[in-house]
Design a binder for this molecule. Sequence first.
Ligand code: PEP
Length: 262
Amino acid sequence: MITARRPMIAGNWKMNLSHLEAIALVQKVAFSLDATQLQRVEVVVLPPFVSLRSVQALIVGDQLLIGYGAQDLSPHTDGAYTGDISGAMLAGLGCQYVLVGHSERREHHHESDAAINAKLGAALDNAITPILCVGEGLPVRSEGRHVEYCLTQLDGALAGLAADRLAELVLAYEPVWAIGTGEVATPEDAQEMCSALRERLRETHGAALAGGMRILYGGSVKASNTEGIVAQPDVDGALVGGASLDADEFARICRLAAAPSS
Ligand code: PEP
């Protein structure tokens, strides 16, 4: 289905690849896609912090039609936060995007909705577009509370942020039980949640923001399951983890999302 929203395929590399492997992967992805495909679908890579400079040099130097960003940022502007990376530092490396609220950050770093809200503010203050992740674990889904759970995460993350600051925001529905497990949500599951998220955005931030916002699905996306997911009317692409580390597979996913019928 064709919508006015340009689909996005974003590759979350997590804590993988050296900076040399990062360059090789971006090069291969870029040269596996033609200009039409890269116009139809926005392709974004999210390397570890230490590879951002190398990825930036390649993309800018060769004018590749690929976006890039980081996997996290500090909610603070600067100061005594050992090991943290600020929004200004990411902006200085030309990052257009940053993941916020990925379930692995929520789990391993105990990130609360309030912390995620502060990180969204830090990204927006530095003109970096956040890709905000929400998603429920298996127990919540088993109890049938998944929609309510994700809407609460959305409300908490966006608290106090007005629509005019959120025009570029990208949302990603990533059910925790599908991340890295090989168990993908059905296209109907993805559509149910993405449609509920869009409806909640309409209620809280207005129809214009909700209608224009890209909402991605993430969780064990591969080329073999991409088509059904990106064909859903409220799903505007995918956040891809493991499969984004394989240039051929990632390029296949991008081509499917760029296909005229998707
Ligand atoms: C992710 O980490 O955002 C993700 C979706 O991972 P995977 O595709 O490996 O499930």
